[in-house]
Design a binder for this molecule. Structure first.
Ligand code: UDP
Length: 497
């Protein structure tokens, strides 16, 4: 492993230099780039830390925004296939645990970078516990980016501390999650893997709590007007400040930035084609369907979705993902739908599509990135969670924010066992819910979502809640820098300021 490129040492307007360390998976990298862009706009010098293939993948997103880059070689001879530098490229989801342990090997070059060229702060994915330890040793503030919402953080925390899930007999029995601002009921089937009694996960959680002690605060992709009770709840239960700076997808403003987000220049042509197709449809008439960057649905389920969309009679854009099996279904559905539907194989310019006025509903797996993108552009959702924090996000969207309707899936998929689980919802359900969501029955929900979108965009503007939260965090970093200078830490570590 080697540091292949040193960050530029330049005087930024704010005088602050921040390192951003994402977990290599699109749902984690994309918002981290957005966050770095936001801090750049507020005058900080921002450097992303990535491995070469990830750097190449997001190159246009990074350079367009004036971000700096440091690359660490991805560890080799680890048992992962060559080129698997991102979780979505793993041949099997079962390899994710191993992948995360390989990513942990980046601790060494990270420590070296901090020692040689210490920043004023580190913003790290919460999964990367070693960034907390390494930063604390040099007295550098480390802010944790959990990727999930404050609502999900609160639910998870209360499940781990109170363990109400242990008092039910069936996987489908409802139990109350104690101690939350709202009455939230869940079933065991809906819990994220981290709350299940698995020894390795419990051990990880214990280490995470240790890392949290060395963490300065949370940086969360949310905004005050969306989940203020849960922002406060998180601060109370973790004892750390929450900087609510989202929706971070609003960091990009130019058409190109939005069209190429998460991929690169080759996405621009797909984006243009889809936006032209959307231009020809009435406002709020189209359903956009996507299950994010790492979900895998069995062929039988894909067929039910595809044929359900055709049966609904509603114009649709459906992102099928890649792979031979899904390609077959994509071709079949595309041929039947004709011009009434667009089937996207692989990657879609999600934010550009969602932001188009013709899109009325987003049928989503409820990844928090997807949810925040829908709120940013004011679109209502049909929720179909599959794993991780997605069922919590569904609860939030449907019950707390009331900007979405559940598709009604009682359980999701266990990673790597999707084929065995088979079909969760059939085509009739898909057709019925999609039709309803674009009709008069969903009018008030559509309106609420639109109003939240207005709040979201206000929050990012000067004086808005998210804008001010970024300023607060920069102030916090300055305060820590002052304390370090007083303690003489700068001199010892060879600081560049
Ligand atoms: N995304 C995209 N195009 C796709 C699939 C995903 O732009 O075809 C983006 C999406 O906009 C979001 C991220 O990838 O920013 C996925 O994150 P999310 O939290 O929604 O779900 P995950 O993929 O982590 O399950």
């Amino acid at each position: 492993m080697s540091i292949s490129k040193q960050p530029l040492i330049s005087a930024s307007p704010s005088g602050l230099r921040i390192y951003f360390v994402p977990l290599p998976s699109p749902g984690h990298v994309i918002p981290m780039i957005d966050i770095a862009k936001i801090f750049t706009k507020h005058g900080a010098e921002c450097t992303l830390i990535m491995t070469p293939l990830n750097a190449a993948r997001y190159e246009s997103n990074i350079h367009r925004s004036g971000l700096h880059l440091v690359t660490f070689q991805f560890p080799s001879d680890t048992g992962l296939p060559v080129g698997c530098e991102s979780a979505d490229l793993l041949p099997s989801r079962k390899l994710f645990g191993h992948f995360r342990r390989v990513v942990d090997l980046l601790e060494q070059p990270f420590r070296e970078l901090l020692r040689v060229n210490p920043p004023d702060a580190v913003v790290s994915d919460s999964f990367l516990l070693w960034t907390a330890v390494a930063s604390a040793e040099l007295n550098i503030p480390r802010y944790s980016f959990p990727v999930v919402s404050c609502f999900a953080l609160s639910v998870e925390r209360n499940l781990l501390f109170h363990r109400p899930q242990q008092n039910v007999t069936s996987d489908l029995d409802l139990f109350l999650v104690p101690g939350l601002p709202d009455q939230i009921y869940l079933t065991k089937c809906q819990l994220s893997e981290t709350t299940l009694p698995d020894e390795k996960l419990i051990e990880f959680f214990e280490r995470a709590l240790e890392a949290e002690k060395a963490t300065t605060g949370w940086v969360v992709n949310t905004f005050y007007e969306l989940e203020s009770p849960y922002i406060k709840h998180c601060e109370r239960v973790t004892g750390k400040p929450v900087f609510h700076i989202g929706p971070v997808c609003l960091s990009g403003v130019s058409k190109e930035e939005i069209a190429e987000r998460g991929h690169g220049k080759e996405l621009a042509a797909v984006s243009e084609r889809l936006l032209r197709w959307l231009d020809g449809r009435p406002a709020f008439s189209v359903v956009y369907v996507s299950f994010g960057s790492v979900s895998w649905l069995p062929k039988a389920q894909l067929k039910e979705i595809g044929f359900g969309l055709v049966e609904s009679g509603v114009p649709f854009i459906w992102v099928v993902g890649g792979g031979d099996e899904s390609d077959d279904v994509a071709d079949e559905v595309s041929a039947i739908a004709g011009d009434a539907g667009q089937v996207v194989k692989g990657w879609a310019p999600q934010l550009a599509i969602l932001g188009h006025i013709s899109v009325g509903t987003f049928l989503t797996h409820c990844g928090w990135g997807a949810v925040t993108e829908a709120t940013a552009v004011g679109k209502m959702m049909l929720t179909w969670p599959l794993f991780a924090d997605q069922f919590y996000n569904e609860k939030f969207v449907v019950q707390v924010a009331e900007i979405g309707e559940s598709m009604g899936a009682e359980r999701g998929y266990i990673w790597g066992e999707e084929e065995r689980t088979g079909v969760l919802l059939n085509r009739e359900r898909v057709a019925e819910k999609v039709r309803w969501s674009l009709g008069p029955g969903a009018e008030s929900m559509r309106k609420r979502a639109w109003e939240i979108g207005i709040e979201a965009r206000k929050g990012g503007g000067k004086g808005g809640s998210s804008y001010e939260s970024v300023e607060c965090m920069m102030e916090d970093i300055r305060k820590h820098r002052g304390q370090r200078t007083e303690a003489g830490v700068h001199g010892e570590t060879g600081d560049q300021h």
